[in-house]
Write a protein that binds this ligand. Structure first.
Ligand code: FE2
Length: 389
């Protein structure tokens, strides 16, 4: 395989890029897109307000006692091609309450849109996936039939396979449409899910790289080793897996040993398991979006002034004055294909676990490796404030 890894294409930070990844990926399922991401949370109703009032998501569907669902409340929130489902338990018993008790709020399911939920389940379990939900047909009456199945990935995270071709309802059987949704915040651009990052335990990264290759037919797009991603104190390793159409990209991180605790280890210590570290949302106006979100009270990681002093020389013209990037805390990176602008929120729940990234791409299909060192130093300042470095 070494002939497909173009070491000459490694950028100055030393990432190894596989330019044949999309061709190598075998889309036997195939996965058409990410259908939705489901979070299991302590209070789904309040989480729904958070996503509506601060992130501009519209509530489109609801399931709960009023729709005949006895054990949970779920709110389906949508903005452009991004769909989040927020689910909370209605009693202290059962998998949702236990999950939230152990992990806090977090991602439970990264669901794929597929042509055939039955075949997707059969093909992935045949290749070694651990079953989570056997294929089922959910009868939506006049709305038709939605077919679903699911397998596990790292930790307790699932990948559902959703087949909507015979279903015409709002989200899924058991959900009802929200007829008069409260107004969502406006003024931000959030278009689609760009990538979802998994944090796994020490020594487990390659297990899950193999898992996505063998079970889902993904190919490895990029490898960042701990020589690339380290500061004076901590380190991590990361490999990026992609499906064939490039619409599903999963970087997998594991902690590496440094003088102090890796940020990945801090996540694992508080989530108490492997889990989804962040979801990146693609925008076409990061400046306007971050300004708006900051105005609404969303907290982002700040970058030191020294980062911006060197930025112009490193990335050249990125269409936004460096002062504006610094004012808003936005980072920039450039590779041979183009550039990207990105920013990371602070963790969005009490535990220092899950956060969001916002990313604006101009040709670059990378993940901002040139920012990793400065970014991790910024994260370490916050880790130290939490007494976890
Ligand atoms: Fe990311």
């Amino acid at each position: 395989m070494t002939d497909t890894i173009d070491r000459g294409a490694a950028n100055q930070a030393g990432a190894i890029v596989n330019k044949n990844a999309y061709a190598e990926a075998q889309d036997f399922l195939p996965l058409k897109a990410i259908d939705h991401v489901e979070f299991w949370v302590g209070n789904a109703k309040q989480s729904a307000h958070y996503f509506r009032a601060l992130w501009g998501f519209t509530p489109v569907a609801f399931a709960g006692l009023e729709t005949g669902v006895r054990d949970r409340a779920s709110y389906v929130m949508r903005r452009n091609d991004i769909t989040f489902v927020l689910t909370g338990a209605l009693s202290p018993d059962g998998e949702i309450a236990e999950h939230v008790h152990r992990h806090g709020d977090g991602v439970k399911d990264i669901a794929f849109l597929v042509d055939d939920a039955m075949t997707s389940f059969a093909e992935t379990t045949k290749r070694g996936a651990r079953p989570a939900i056997e294929p089922i047909e959910l009868d939506g009456g006049e709305d038709g039939i939605l077919r679903r199945s699911a397998v596990y990935t790292y930790g307790e995270v699932r990948h559902s396979f959703i087949d909507r071709k015979d279903y015409h309802g709002v989200f899924a059987p058991g959900y009802r449409k929200v007829k008069k949704p409260a107004a969502a915040a406006t003024g931000m651009s959030l278009l689609e899910i760009d990538h979802c990052v998994g944090n796994v335990g020490l020594g487990d990264m390659n297990t899950y790289v193999d898992y996505y290759r063998d079970v889902f037919g993904f190919a490895q797009l990029i490898h960042y080793d701990d020589k690339v991603i380290h500061t004076d104190y901590s380190a991590l390793m990361s490999k990026v897996m992609t499906n064939g159409n490039g619409r599903v990209k999963f970087p997998i991180n594991e902690p590496a040993t440094g003088k102090k605790k890796s940020q990945i280890q801090e996540f694992l210590d508080y989530y108490l398991d492997a889990g989804t570290q962040h979801v990146a949302l693609r925008t076409d106006d990061i400046v306007g979006t971050v300004r708006r979100l900051r105005g609404l009270g969303i907290e982002f990681l700040g970058m030191p002034h020294a980062y911006y002093e060197q930025l112009g020389a490193r990335v050249g013209d990125v269409g936004v004055p460096i002062e504006t990037l610094e004012e808003l805390g936005i980072e920039a990176d450039r590779d041979e294909e183009g550039y990207l602008l990105q920013i990371f929120t602070r963790p969005i729940q009490d535990r220092p676990t899950f956060f969001f990234e916002i990313i604006e791409r101009h040709g670059s299909r990378g993940f901002g490796v040139g920012n990793f060192k400065a970014l991790f130093e910024a994260i370490e300042i916050e880790q130290a404030r939490r007494g976890n470095l």
